[in-house]
Design a protein around this ligand. Structure first.
Ligand code: GN1
Ligand code: MG
Length: 369
């Protein structure tokens, strides 16, 4: 068996070899390699000499306290989309969950780790940052399509995969708590980030207030629609699937629109070599929103008015989350060195400042697309 392009530890390959028979009958294993750049779960591409490749994932049990809920939700959502897609005859594709051989959405190993499997969508690729306006348009229309497909999913069928996710007032409290007890060195970057975080704590409840006053309502959202979570067809360059469905849940539209714009309009990506150059790209913003509104999802006037605060607060939220995790000694996001979460926070704070400077232009785009 070919181990991988990116070398995997022998113990891990042994472990994966133990897991595969829990999902598959006869097969001839060809290779195992890591896939994607997710900050949470461990993802592997498994190829066979006698069949289609699959994606095997170990769900992060620290982040998702009830991984079964996550796996059940993903099965529910993918099945719903597959059935509706058959009716709407779209070029889009849906992930196919491969159930364990005893018919469950996931398998729990002897150490309590939760594994799940989906079919690999061939001839597709994904990108860590947006490369062109047409890609942003495609991504926006993909998100709109996704919302439209799920607008008749019964909310009571969906389990809450991650209590507290996108709860900005709670993230503000966690930051204050972490800041009061941390033992990190007070560097210039850390002081800068904490000052930036502190300045905006007062705005933490704005989106919740909009919900209470009826300016927005809850609906089924993706929860993590960053550019890296879209698969593009290698030939046509069309967006064909939104992946990483772990955070699909009930939430407000701006969690998705805001997080999508946060990710797309930072064309340097979340880990740029020169964080000081990070900027919010208005052309990409316009293209993403144009794609979204061209799909069958609707963006009523009251939602358009919230777009600026949505992208601003979702960017602030992620900055706070990276910063808090840094202060807590990296318990949540995977890191490759001890300052990575601080660098990630710094990038999001630079992006946030660029968003705030361009407030009127963003509001104008949201009104006019
Ligand atoms: C995490 O695992 P990944 O990379 O898809 C995070 C998102 C962040 C994102 C930033 C469950 O997503 O909320 O926006 O990192 N997911 C979770 O890259 O916390
Ligand atoms: Mg994710």
């Amino acid at each position: 068996m070919r181990r991988s392009d990116r070398e995997l530890k022998t113990s891990l390959v042994d472990q994966i070899e133990q897991i595969l028979p829990r999902f598959l009958g006869r097969y001839s294993l060809l290779s195992v390699s890591t896939l994607g750049e997710g900050n949470i779960n461990d993802t592997y591409l498994v190829e066979f000499s006698d069949g289609d490749p699959v994606v095997l994932q170990r769900i992060n049990g620290i982040v998702f306290p009830e991984p079964h809920r996550v796996a059940d939700n993903v099965q529910l959502v993918t099945e719903h989309i597959r059935q509706r897609r058959a009716v709407t005859d779209s070029a889009r594709r849906s992930l196919r969950v491969i159930a364990s051989r005893n018919g469950k959405s996931c398998y729990v190993d002897d150490d309590g780790h939760v594994w799940r499997m989906v079919g690999y969508l061939a001839n597709t690729e994904c990108f860590p940052a947006v490369r062109s306006a047409s890609q942003a348009y495609e991504g926006g229309s993909m998100l709109g399509w996704f919302h439209h497909q799920l607008d008749d999913l019964k909310p009571e069928l969906l389990l809450d995969p991650l209590p507290g996710f996108h709860d900005l007032p709670a993230y503000c409290r966690h930051f204050k708590q972490a800041w009061s007890v941390h033992k990190r060195k007070l560097t210039t970057d850390l002081n800068y980030c904490c000052r930036e975080a502190d300045k905006r704590l007062v705005d933490g409840g704005l989106l919740h207030a909009a919900l209470r006053s009826g300016k927005t309502a809850t609906r089924v959202i993706h929860g993590d629609p960053k550019i890296g979570n879209i698969l593009f067809d290698k030939d046509t360059r069309r967006a064909v699937a939104l992946i990483d469905l772990d955070t699909v849940s009930m939430g407000i539209l701006q969690y998705d629109i805001g997080d999508c714009l946060r990710s797309y309009c930072n064309v340097m990506g979340e880990d740029p070599s020169h964080p000081g150059d990070v900027n919010f790209d208005l052309d990409i913003c316009k293209s993403m929103l144009t794609g979204y509104t061209a799909s069958r999802a609707s963006l009523p006037a009251s939602e358009r008015e919230l777009v600026f605060q949505g992208v601003r607060l979702l960017t602030y939220e992620l900055a706070l989350r990276f910063l808090t995790d840094y202060l807590n000694n990296d318990q949540y996001f995977k890191v490759s060195d001890e300052d990575e979460n601080l660098r990630r926070a710094l990038v999001q704070f630079f992006l946030l400042n660029s968003i705030e400077k361009q407030r009127h232009a963003i509001e104008k785009i949201a009104r006019q697309v």
